[in-house]
Write a protein that binds this ligand. Sequence first.
Ligand code: NAG
Ligand code: NAG
Ligand code: NAG
Ligand code: NAG
Length: 387
Amino acid sequence: MQQTRVVQLEEGKENGTMVRTGQYKSFPPKLLLLLGFFLAFAVTVFIISVSTIKYSGIQSVVTTVTSSFVPCREEESSGLSRWIQPPMVLMHNMSDEELLWRASLWPRRKEYPFNRVPKIAFMFLTKGPLPLASLWERFLKGHKGLYSVYIHPHPSFTAKFPVNSVFHERQIPSQVAEWGRMSMCDAEKRLLANALLDISNERFVLVSESCIPLFNFTTIYSYLIKSKHSFMGAFDDLGPFGRGRYSQNMEPEVPITKWRKGSQWFEINRDLAATIVEDTLYYPKFKEFCRPACYVDEHYFPTMLTIEKPAVLANRSLTWVDWSRGGPHPATFGRSDITEKFFERIFDGRNCPYNDGNTSMCYLFARKFAPSTLEPLLHIAHKVLGF
Ligand SMILES: *[C@@H]1O[C@H](CO)[C@@H](O)[C@H](O)[C@H]1NC(C)=O
Ligand SMILES: *[C@@H]1O[C@H](CO)[C@@H](O)[C@H](O)[C@H]1NC(C)=O
Ligand SMILES: *[C@@H]1O[C@H](CO)[C@@H](O)[C@H](O)[C@H]1NC(C)=O
Ligand SMILES: *[C@@H]1O[C@H](CO)[C@@H](O)[C@H](O)[C@H]1NC(C)=O
């Protein structure tokens, strides 16, 4: 088929030349001579090329030679793959400003010109090691291509995981993050921005080293991908720990009626992640006027998104946590807490709105679990958590 196409093309060329020679008949003899040479040259080239193509032996040689150049050409011509391949190496030397700018470039067309399989980005905001890593490994096993992992530890920490681990080389450039301070939001933004660089990431889950998944991957994946809403805790707390932390200096960008409070452990879609990363309007207000005892990581994102994208918010968090023991921090569970009865408490049949109906699955993740829970968790996971 290729042969005929080449021949047709050559014929077309020759027809063109012949028409032109016809027109040139009345031209001076010198020019005519020149044209004659040209015609002879063209015919020779035509004959040689046709016979070369027909001669299959040479054709295969030509193909081999061409194919050896292909990888080089692909790199240079950089087709669409350049834009849809996630970064091979997560470590980079972009400053935050550069990274946030880079991450806020996104397509404005809704349809993708390729088969985009949406992924869930699990973003681990940690102090250092991941003591529950093997539970997450088991959870993610067999679902390659449907998730990606990012780790933001204390900058002095270097995560070392074996090549076959889902955590292998998934650490991003990090900086110190302090609880209740803007540096915590900066770290979360850094995670979002790095995860946005992979165009297939569609849902972004913030977790810590003490978080665990409560269902198998298939269940969590479909819950998140099918959800019309994003899960950001956001409620209007009229008391001293809610509106009491508001500063009128934030007006007019942030009116008190839109002031919200919520847990920092969010789950948001790509559009909201982009909204957070691109923000330069609310950031300075929160940085300047929400300082302890205004804990900015509880207010910045919930308030900002309530102003910008309220309809997409579920206003609830998917991460279960136990405040019943009182104090400034939620309960941390240890080895002896991990029983079937304990999980019954978490799964306790309440109803939560989900899309246009209700679901008994109010939480997909839970915290805080001490390193000592790993062994009993691995033991009980198959029966209680389904993986
Ligand atoms: C990153 O590295 C390049 C060269 O390797 C350098 O030109 C650039 O200034 C560096 N950027 C930062 C933010 O350090
Ligand atoms: C995941 O859990 C759901 C619900 O418990 C179950 O129906 C499904 O078979 C499980 N999937 C896998 C791959 O184990
Ligand atoms: C969440 O709250 C916003 C306003 O704060 C509201 O517009 C939105 O409908 C709420 N989401 C749901 C699912 O009720
Ligand atoms: C969801 O539950 C609420 C009460 O918990 C109920 O009023 C509502 O009718 C339920 N919605 C659906 C669609 O079942």
